[in-house]
Structures are given as C-alpha cells and as structure tokens.
Design a binder for this molecule. Structure first.
Ligand SMILES: [Zn+2]
Length: 133
C-alpha cells in the first residue's frame, strides 16, 4: 500500500534497524521502544490486522524467535507480545522484552518509551541480529 509506512519499510524505501527477514516476514526495532529491544514483526505484504495474515502460526514463530534472541542476547527476563493494531494500519506484532527494572508494571504501558541514542539502537540491533540467524 502506497502510503503505509510499514509497506515502505518492507520495500526498503524507508530505513529501519532490520533484524530478520524471510520471504514473507520482517522484524525491525521499534524506533519508539517501550523497552530495550522492542521489536516489530510484520508481514511484508499489506494486511490490516494480525488475524488477516495467512500462515498465522509461522508469523508467530518469527515473533518467538525474536523474543528468544532478546532473552539470550539482551538478558530479558521474559517477553510480552502485543497486537493492538491501531498505530499503523498494517499488521504488526510487538515483541516486548521485559526486564525487572523497565518502565512498566505487570501490564505494558504503551505511553512509556525508552529514550535511546542512535548508537545504542545500533548496538541493540547488532545483538539481536547475531543470535541464531
Ligand atoms: Zn502496509
């Protein structure tokens, strides 16, 4: 879709901290991270909602892989997965690595963001790319 920011990222028109890509799916760092290593997993083709994505199981396997990388390489304690679907009208799973001392309580507060420098984002991205792939 022409004016969709995630379609433009998938098409390489807009740069992103890309972490994973296969024929159907892509993962990249959220530039407004709720926690360190907050990753978005999208289908490369435009679908409005997560439930519209074919191969739903394989889609979530990619989200799991990204969560496992965050545990291994960033020291996350556990991982929250969130699929609200409103901020960008292109299906996305938020993979949210959780830490004992992050900005959130039991439930993730989507109004609270980490302020991370570009070099810190680069460092996080390189850690999340290394594991497993
Ligand atoms: Zn799109």
């Amino acid at each position: 879709m022409k004016d969709c920011i995630f379609c433009r990222i998938a098409g390489g028109e807009i740069p992103a901290y890309k972490l994973y890509e296969d024929g159907d799916f892509m993962a990249f760092l959220d530039i407004r991270p709720l926690t360190v290593g907050n990753t978005l997993v999208i289908p490369k083709k435009h679908y409005r909602w997560v439930i519209d994505v074919p191969e739903f199981g394989r889609y979530f396997e990619v989200a799991k892989l990204m969560g496992e990388r965050a545990i291994k390489s960033l020291g996350a304690e556990w991982v929250s997965f969130l699929t609200l679907g409103f901020e960008v009208p292109h299906a996305h799973i938020r993979v949210i690595p959780r830490y004992k001392k992050d900005l959130h309580g039991t439930v993730v507060d989507i109004e609270k963001f980490e302020k991370l420098s570009e070099s810190r984002m680069q460092e996080i991205a390189s850690k999340l790319r290394e594991e497993g792939s």
